[in-house]
Design a binder for this molecule. Structure first.
Ligand code: GSH
Length: 325
């Protein structure tokens, strides 16, 4: 685990000393947008037109942020159009690797050994963390974007003319409400589990833990009256929440000490996570081997024995009864 500093790899864990034991996530830096016509998006340069076969996605199957992009690739019919490489679940001294003997697909574009080498192909002097997901442009030979929240927005609409898939997970009339809910869920739940698990002081841990469980209670109450977060239709907000919920009982309860109670004990969330899991195509994007192995094996400062727990034995394909909500 580490980062690039002016193009050189350094093996370093997150620095929480300067923030009283609090984990603070670095902003993603590479922020161009693929658009229908190649016009510039909200940030970055123009020149990234939606085209079949032009873009490549680098993901970890363990990572909740990368998982969002895989769900959108699947549900928006993009599998034929956007290729994928999967890193190994073990993220050790060299960061993410493409070790094909250890559950990686290999780097299908460059046959690189390490993910940081892909960042260096984009910029040989790069400084920053080497994260997934990454969307790569095979034509201009550069990284388009390394922020999952933006990659899913591109997948939601930029390729519609190519795929003919008009599903809209970010409908115009709900955008304001979705953005507001995303910010709350990101801060307290998606990133909240990391703030809880990576805290290195008791106060920072407890503060993140309380905010996390207050937020889960609030979302659980909201779902008592609505099938999905925005009502009858599944939106981006649901997928962003889902990738954290599906990892929660397997990893965050134990490894990140988010142990007030598991998702299985929330009156609405237990069924809600099944409802989303059972949408066609979604289960195929969930890989509990990668998920458990990554966290328990890679974070040796939290789990020095690297023993990966066997359980929990949860079946997400059991009936959910959410139709009646
Ligand atoms: N803002 C990014 C965050 C991505 C992220 O932090 N990914 C993690 C994996 S779960 C990672 O690659 N971490 C490596 C590191 O921080 O060094 C996004 O949502 O795309």
């Amino acid at each position: 685990m580490g980062l690039l500093v002016e193009g050189k790899w350094q093996d370093k864990w997150y620095d929480t000393k300067k923030s009283d034991g609090k984990f603070e996530r670095e902003q993603a830096q590479l922020r161009h947008w693929v658009t229908k016509d190649g016009e510039a998006g909200l940030t970055g340069n123009s020149g990234f037109k939606a085209e079949s076969g032009r873009y490549h996605l680098y993901v970890s199957l363990a990572c909740p942020w990368a998982h969002r992009t895989l769900i959108f690739r699947k549900l928006k019919g993009l599998e034929k159009h956007i290729s994928v490489s999967v890193v190994s679940p073990d993220m050790m001294e060299n960061g993410w690797t493409f070790d094909t003997n250890n559950h990686s697909s290999g780097d299908h574009l460059f046959d690189s050994q390490y993910m940081y080498q892909v960042y260096l192909k984009n910029n040989e002097n790069y400084t920053g963390r080497v994260t997934v997901p990454v969307l790569w442009d095979k034509q201009q030979q550069c990284i388009v974007n390394n922020e999952s929240a933006e990659i899913i927005r591109m997948f939601n609409s930029a390729f519609n003319d190519i795929t003919g898939n008009q599903k809209d997970f970010y409908p115009a009339h709900l955008r304001e409400e979705i953005d507001e809910l995303n910010a709350f869920i990101y801060d307290h739940i998606n990133n909240g589990v990391y703030k809880t698990g990576f805290a290195t002081s008791q106060t920072a841990y407890q503060d993140a833990y309380d905010k996390l469980f207050d937020a889960l209670d609030e979302i659980n109450a909201r779902l008592a009256g609505k099938r999905y977060l925005m009502g009858d239709v599944v939106t981006e907000a649901d997928w962003r929440l889902f990738t954290t919920l599906i990892r929660f009982d397997a990893v965050y309860v134990g490894h990140f000490k988010c142990n007030k109670k598991p998702i299985e004990q929330f009156s609405q969330l237990a069924d809600y996570v099944r409802d989303l899991y059972q949408i066609a195509g979604v289960a195929e994007t969930v890989d509990f081997y990668h998920i458990k192995r990554h966290y328990y094996f890679s974070h040796t400062m939290i789990n020095p024995t690297q023993v990966v727990p066997k359980g929990p034995a949860i079946d997400y394909s059991t009936p959910h009864f959410r139709e009646e909500v």
